[in-house]
Design a protein around this ligand. Structure first.
Ligand code: SF4
Length: 201
C-alpha cells in the first residue's frame, strides 16, 4: 500500500461553486473514451469569421454616438469579437452604416464598401440608414440598401447600443448558417454612382 499524500486536497471545488462536468465534451458518455469530432472546414471558417468581425469606422450622424457607446465598457462589443474598429476599409469586413446618408455621401459610402475585401457584410443602423427615417427629402438616400447590399437592418431612432448588439448577433447567426449576402443593388439595377463632379466611380 502506497503512502497517502497528506497534502492531497479533500475537495476540489468550493461549496459555493457549481460542480463542472469533468469529462470533455468529445468524451464518450458511457466509456469515457475520446471520440471523434467531425465537422466541415467551411463551418469552422464561418464560425471564425462570425466571431471576429472588424467594423470599418464609419459614423454618419447621431446613430454613431450609440455605436461608439456599444464599443465602450457598459455594453462592450468586444464580448462578440467586434471591437476592432478599423480606420482603413482594407482591414475591415463589416460596415455599420450609423446614421443618415446624404446623396453627396452615397458615392463615398459605396467607394469605401468597394475597398473592403470579400467576404464583407453591412448593417444599416437606425431608421435613417434603413429607409431615410424622418428625412423624406431629396438630400437623403432613402435607405442605404439602394447603394450597398444590407445584411441586417436595425430599426429605431436612435437604436440603443444593445439593439446594435442584437443586430450583430443576428449577423453572426447568418454567417454561421452560411446565408449569403443579398444581391448587390447597383449590379442588379445596372445603375452607376457618379462622384460630386460627375466623375464615374
Ligand atoms: S435614426 Fe435618428 S438617431 Fe439615427 S441618424 Fe437618424 S435621426 Fe439620428
Amino acid at each position: 500500500m502506497g503512502v497517502k499524500n497528506p497534502w492531497e486536497p479533500v475537495q476540489s471545488i468550493s461549496n459555493t461553486q457549481t460542480p463542472r462536468r469533468r469529462e470533455l465534451p468529445v468524451q464518450h458518455g458511457k466509456t469515457g473514451q475520446f471520440g471523434i469530432l467531425t465537422t466541415r472546414v467551411s463551418k469552422v471558417i464561418d464560425w471564425g469569421r462570425s466571431s471576429s468581425l472588424w467594423p470599418v469606422s464609419f459614423g454618419l450622424a447621431c446613430c454613431a454616438i450609440e455605436m461608439m457607446s456599444a464599443s465602450a465598457d457598459r455594453f462592450d462589443i468586444s464580448r462578440f469579437g467586434a471591437e476592432v474598429f478599423r480606420a482603413s476599409p482594407r482591414q475591415a469586413d463589416l460596415m455599420i452604416v450609423a446614421g443618415r446618408c446624404s446623396t453627396k455621401m452615397a458615392p463615398v459610402l459605396r467607394q469605401i464598401y468597394d475597398q473592403m475585401p470579400d467576404p464583407k457584410w453591412v448593417i444599416a443602423m437606425g431608421a435613417c440608414a434603413s429607409c431615410g427615417g424622418v428625412f423624406n427629402n431629396y438630400a437623403i438616400v432613402q435607405g442605404v440598401d439602394k447603394i450597398v447590399p444590407v445584411d441586417v437592418f436595425i430599426p429605431g431612432c436612435p437604436p440603443t447600443p444593445d439593439m446594435l448588439l442584437f443586430g450583430l448577433n443576428e449577423l453572426q447567426r447568418k454567417i454561421r448558417e452560411g446565408i449569403p449576402n443579398p444581391p448587390d443593388p447597383l449590379k442588379a439595377s445596372g445603375l452607376k454612382l457618379v462622384g460630386p463632379i460627375g466623375e464615374e466611380l
